[in-house]
Design a protein around this ligand. Structure first.
Ligand SMILES: *Cc1c(COP(=O)(O)O)cnc(C)c1O
Length: 414
């Protein structure tokens, strides 16, 4: 980042991107030129070098024996998955559609795993034919996979996704503990493992995922230790030695004022301890963590152009050409309990000293279409470019593009 003085609010999220002459740089390209290159607004831009840097930083911090998987539901853009597939150890998919993208991207099927409730028979057939690992989420999937394996003449590779008896404390989204549609309740897993041997399926291990978007390293360590201990108990009933132990993820990124980046040091130490224990408890197993937003979220921005500037009873509105139809999370309608502003800036006026308090709203006829609520922003005009940071995950594909019939956003990898 340049040493330019500026009066605009600084958010941790913006320090990833460089700037030149008041322009945000994405992959070295000034924002207004990037918009010309894209040929339209709104668009999402993902910075390849930031993606690569994030994977490298994580690898440097974590023990070398820990395998890193990318959970591609965070961002399934094919070009991005293609890049990630070269840098991480495996890809986690959650539908046949994602499986196709991962395979097309050149990911090694041996290192692809397929989780998610309610897998259709056709999806399970595709997974067996592709020889990827299926994280089974119900008894039904075991029966179906056994039948499919026999029909196709190749044994389905399975791991048991366990609904743990603990949760990831302080998570944005809890996905384990208590009744859940995900995985198989820990207490019924032993019986299931004893029957698995007779099904002809190839058992490989366990998948435990307790939650998402957590910024507290201690909570993450705690969940990893509990996942490990649970897997160790369950392994006693496994038909063959465990080869795959997915301890989950849940690494969060800072979205809102006051949030800090996750401290990797305690997590690295904890994983190193577990890796040492695993040498005797699971001598044949790969220890895996699966991350979505942590790998891609901070490398992406959403860019929309100001179409209109109006004042209503003293409040200034920047009306832009895309809103919650493209970026549901930034509008606060993707699982958030209280709406808070994502980091936002006028990406072609980063050096402007004159600022104004403004609302940034999209073009939809609903008050929910709010991208920034009374934020201090550069004193922008129609034609200027609004940038929403921290938009590389759960953006384009997690938004209702059809709502109100505007064109979908473009996505570019820069
Ligand atoms: C959604 C999901 C992830 C990714 O979560 P992030 O918060 O993006 O890291 C990982 N694993 C499973 C099983 C998931 O459902």
């Amino acid at each position: 980042m340049s040493a330019n003085e500026r009066t605009l609010p600084v958010h941790a999220a913006m320090d990833q991107f460089d700037r030149l002459n008041g322009q945000l740089l994405v992959g070295g390209i000034p924002l207004t030129r990037l918009a010309e290159r894209a040929g339209q607004t709104p668009f999402y831009a993902y910075d390849r070098s930031l993606l690569e840097k994030r994977v490298a930083t994580l690898r440097n911090a974590l023990p070398a024996s820990i395998k890193l998987h990318y959970a591609m539901k965070a961002n399934p853009m094919p070009a991005l998955v293609g890049a990630m597939a070269r840098w991480v150890d495996g890809i986690d998919v959650a539908s046949a559609g994602e499986l196709k993208i991962a395979l097309d991207a050149g990911a090694n099927p041996q290192e692809i795993s397929f989780a998610g409730p309610g897998k259709r028979e056709s999806e399970l057939r595709q997974a067996v034919a592709a020889r990827v690992l299926v994280n089974i989420e119900s008894i039904r999937e075991i029966d179906l996979l056994a039948k499919i394996s026999e029909e196709l003449g190749c044994p389905g590779r399975v791991a048991v996704r366990v609904n743990p008896d603990f949760e990831l404390k302080g998570s944005g989204m809890k996905m384990g503990g208590g009744p859940k549609q995900f995985g198989i309740d820990a207490e019924v897993v032993p019986d299931l493992l004893r029957t698995l041997a007779s099904t002809g399926l190839s058992f490989e291990g366990f998948h435990l995922f307790a939650g998402s978007q957590n910024l507290n390293a201690e909570s993450i360590c705690d969940a990893q230790r509990q996942a490990y201990a649970l897997a160790k108990r369950l392994a006693a009933d496994a038909p063959v030695p465990v080869r795959f132990l997915n301890l989950g993820g849940g690494f969060g990124i800072p979205y809102f004022p006051g949030e800090k980046r996750l401290d990797l040091a305690p997590i690295a130490k904890n994983l190193a301890d577990l890796a040492i224990q695993a040498r005797s408890d699971f001598p044949h197993a790969d220890l895996v963590i699966e991350l979505g937003r942590y790998l891609v979220g901070e490398a992406g921005i959403y860019v929309a152009r100001i179409v209109d500037r109006k004042v209503s009873r003293g409040e200034t509105y920047f009306v832009v050409d895309g809103g919650l139809n493209h970026h549901l999370s930034a509008s606060g309608n993707f699982g958030q309990i209280i709406r808070k502003n994502y980091p936002v800036a006028i990406g072609n006026r980063l050096d402007d000293s004159k600022e104004t308090r403004a609302m940034v709203v999209g073009p939809l006829c609903t008050p929910l279409d709010l991208l920034a609520d009374r934020m201090a922003l550069a004193d922008a005009q129609p034609g200027d470019l609004v940038v929403i940071f921290q938009s590389g995950a759960y953006g384009a594909t997690a938004s209702p593009h059809q709502f109100l019939g505007h064109p979908p956003p473009l996505e570019i990898l820069v």
